[in-house]
Design a protein around this ligand. Structure first.
Ligand SMILES: [Zn+2]
Length: 174
């Protein structure tokens, strides 16, 4: 017994312990990339952080970030959806130009649209957001527009319980 008490923690909703939960899930690419024909992908580019894709003659720019959601009954713990947002060409160039530069953390927040369908009852595509760049090595933070009426936006605003995190684990991992 170490007196920390964590092992004795029981969920107030279902009385289970919810140990060993994954705290990051997400999409490897923006949905438009996943839906694009092979020829479009060949002319575009996808890496772990950025994506460029030509859709019907127009270039689109996507950045991967984290939608961070505090876990309310595990203080300090944060769940994150790793997801992609579309940005303007200017903003994407600015980010790419500063990618290895610590000053990237001081770039002004940038507007973007969420470009992944996450497992929620209502579509998460095109939720407006601000992207906050951070120091190199840290994934940019996606702040969903708090005025949007959507369960995911509400979760980011108010946090989730470990019970909900367990639910998300189950939905994603099956
Ligand atoms: Zn529970």
């Amino acid at each position: 017994m170490d007196g920390q008490g964590r092992a004795m923690w029981k969920c107030g909703i279902c009385a289970q312990e919810h140990d060993g939960l994954a705290t990051v899930f997400g999409a490897e690419a923006p949905d438009p990339w996943l839906q694009a024909p092979p020829a479009a992908r060949e002319g575009g580019e996808l890496n772990a952080d950025m994506c460029v894709l030509n859709i019907e003659g127009e270039w689109h720019y996507f950045l991967r970030g984290h939608i961070e959601i505090p876990v309310t009954d595990a203080p300090g713990d944060v769940f994150a959806w790793s997801a992609w947002v579309s940005l303007s060409e200017d903003n994407m160039q600015q980010i790419a130009h500063h990618w290895e530069n610590p000053a990237r953390a001081f770039l002004a927040p940038m507007f973007g649209w969420l470009c992944n369908e996450l497992p929620y009852e209502t579509s998460t595509m095109s939720i407006p957001a601000l992207v906050h760049n951070r120091e190199p090595g840290l994934v940019p933070a996606i702040q969903l527009d708090p005025s949007v009426d959507h369960p995911l936006v509400k979760e980011q605003r108010t946090g989730i319980a470990l019970h909900r995190l367990a639910e998300i684990n189950q939905v994603v991992l099956g």
